[in-house]
Design a protein around this ligand. Sequence first.
Ligand SMILES: Cc1cc2nc3c(=O)[nH]c(=O)nc-3n(C[C@H](O)[C@H](O)[C@H](O)COP(=O)(O)OP(=O)(O)OC[C@H]3O[C@@H](n4cnc5c(N)ncnc54)[C@H](O)[C@@H]3O)c2cc1C
Length: 357
Amino acid sequence: MSKNQKYQVCIIGGGPAGSTCAFMAKKLGISFIVIERKEFPKDKVCGDGITFGCLEILRAEGFDLTEIEKDGNLNYTKNIRFHNSKGENISINNNLFCTLERERLDSYLWNQIENKNKLERTTILDISRKQNVYEITITRDSGQQILEADFIIGADGYSSFIRRRFFPKLVYPKRISCRYYATSEILTTDTNEFYFIDGVKPGYFWIFPLSGKKFNTGVYLPNGTQEELFAIHRRFIEAKMGFLPDENDFKSWVIPNNIELDKLAINNVLLTGDAAGLCDPLFGHGIDNAIMSGIAAINSINYFISSNHKNFPIDEVYRYHLSVYFKDILYHSNEIMNKIEAGHLDILEYIKSVISK
Ligand SMILES: Cc1cc2nc3c(=O)[nH]c(=O)nc-3n(C[C@H](O)[C@H](O)[C@H](O)COP(=O)(O)OP(=O)(O)OC[C@H]3O[C@@H](n4cnc5c(N)ncnc54)[C@H](O)[C@@H]3O)c2cc1C
């Protein structure tokens, strides 16, 4: 029987968290493999909204974004407009927010990883630990195989196998959300719209222009069933665009809002992105936090591997990184969301206070 392939790090999941983590691991000279159960290019249910900060992080870490910029699909809109229930709105005229279909973004990030470091269409059958080394049993077209790794990074999204396998009691508050791709001649193509209105508050409807006449529309709801989500979204589309879309064209998924950041590492297993529940509670964005936590995870491992502090637990280092990057932001967002929900704050007052700072 052939010897098991051994890596320092095994990254599970090739979304934004996992792919960025892999890019950084290569830069840092860490041996790694990424395991992804699906095949690229693939869709991911999302609003396709990318914060300015997200692109800045990628550029700062060495990603060459000209490839996705030059095809014209990275869409920098001129305005962001927020609406409240009273029919009032406020516009911010800048391009701090852009859109790119996730199929394109995720493929771009995945393509930055060399083939020898990644496995697609691969299912994990089991992970066990023997003498401080993880054994990952996988199966793919070529058959079953065992890989070995010192560290595991769980970047496998909200339904994370890694979280369920190693963090049995970890359950995050979650909200539901759905997306519908619309084509419209009447919607404005240079503005990203957020509607914090009755019936969905403290959640909101969104309309984000993509390239051409294509729009990503969706709703982010505090609670409710999938049927309610689709029904409310359909009525919104009808009101804005004058037609009732087919329910089969709606896709929903979960947005996890974890603000407890001290339980995301255990025995050299680190959770990142949606697996760690790091979506913003107020706006639901999580691509930037996934990317940031992927970087934090691999930096924590690098610190451990390359420093003389081998007795300083890596789990602690990662918790420290997470608290530096996210704690204040996520607590603040959660607080604002609670105030909006209780009727103590209007979204426009909040946006004005942010602009004035
Ligand atoms: C409707 C909706 C709208 C949203 N809109 C926005 C938005 O506009 N902007 C924004 O910033 N965020 C948005 N988000 C949140 C954003 O989509 C997530 O935060 C982001 O995708 C998290 O990235 P990730 O890499 O952690 O996880 P994912 O993107 O979920 O990637 C996880 C990867 O792991 C793979 N995987 C899963 N299980 C396994 C397994 N067992 N083995 C191997 N691979 C596995 C999956 O196939 C996938 O490729 C939205 C979410 C939803 C649901």
